[in-house]
Design a protein around this ligand. Structure first.
Ligand SMILES: Cc1cc2nc3c(=O)[nH]c(=O)nc-3n(C[C@H](O)[C@H](O)[C@H](O)COP(=O)(O)OP(=O)(O)OC[C@H]3O[C@@H](n4cnc5c(N)ncnc54)[C@H](O)[C@@H]3O)c2cc1C
Length: 82
């Protein structure tokens, strides 16, 4: 078991087998479980597997407002969206 190896990509190895690659090295595995959190979508995309997954940072807060119309009606979310 290798616990600190970063998978650079998942792709076919040229013989029809799908491999997990760490750079040029293909890791020997009978099965692959993609559990890379938010990075899973990008790893699987070259295999044409589309995960409906997008990382967001969000926080909820409760405040007293003088005017409800001036209050945000969607979540307060920092960061950029595509
Ligand atoms: C600050 C913060 C607070 C949170 N608080 C809560 C909370 O209170 N309650 C709650 O339910 N959820 C909370 N979450 C969300 C929760 O942490 C995630 O939903 C959960 O960890 C997702 O689990 P996962 O196993 O899918 O992915 P992760 O926990 O993200 O694990 C993915 C792992 O894959 C590894 N990895 C990624 N890319 C590669 C690669 N190319 N090669 C090898 N390894 C890779 C990563 O290093 C990581 O160890 C919080 C998240 C954050 C950031």
């Amino acid at each position: 078991m290798r616990v600190t190896t970063r998978i650079s990509d998942l792709r076919e190895d040229g013989t029809g087998r799908i491999g997990a690659f760490a750079g040029r090295e293909m890791l020997d595995a009978e099965q692959i479980v993609a559990a890379a959190g938010a990075a899973s979508a990008a790893l699987l995309r070259p295999l044409r597997i589309r995960l409906p997954l997008y990382p967001l940072k969000g926080y909820s807060l409760t405040v007293n407002v003088k005017s409800l119309a001036a209050a945000p009606s969607i979540s307060v979310t920092p960061g950029l969206h595509p």
